[in-house]
Design a binder for this molecule. Sequence first.
Ligand SMILES: [Zn+2]
Length: 243
Amino acid sequence: MRIAPSTQRVLMAARLIALARLATAALAGGPLYAYDYANRIPYAWTMSSWPSGQVPIYTDLGSLGILTNAQADGLVANAASQWSSVPTSSFRATVAGDFSAIGLGDVNSSNIASVIGTFNGGGIHVVYDNDGSILSDYFGVPPTAVLGITDIEWVATMHPEVLEAWMVLSGPGVRSDDPGGIGFAGVVTHEMGHALNLAHTQANGAALPSNLPRSSSTDRLRSALDRWAGRHAGGDDVPVHHP
Ligand SMILES: [Zn+2]
């Protein structure tokens, strides 16, 4: 975690939140990030900080595997609608535009640093990893096994407010027998839940999927998750894959 030089925000340490396969009954099990552990205060989005009281979502240009840009945008809008309709939650989000609206181009593995590690004015930034190269080359995970990664990246320093999150969705993760993205819609909704600072329930197990091949990169991922889980032993949850 570090403090950005010019503004009151903090870059969260990188944590990988990935989904191994289509989630079944993904029950949220608490927050991913706590502002004040002792008093159990999690980070959360503040609706009044945003235009029309809605967290702005910005979407990538280009396609998402076999899905067109418009289809992918539709899945994101659907996920935003679902999370904005939870009766017990004040969270509201809307797709405010695509990356061109915030000065970004089509994001791929060569310019992913324009989203990850860069503050882009706040909100949720959804990257379509069309060819899977961001997942394979930047994160070192297989894009047909890890369907999405989401992280809350920027938060306020003096109060528990989330400012910016990013989501990377796997193009190769959209199956050829899912041309309408009906199945993948669940992945998008699941990943957006992480952008809301929701973790998995521990009932899903603190383990990477067994079908992830062993490699130095997946070993690094396992090691990172193990360290995180160890640090947070006794906490609400661990951000891990579904078994
Ligand atoms: Zn997840």
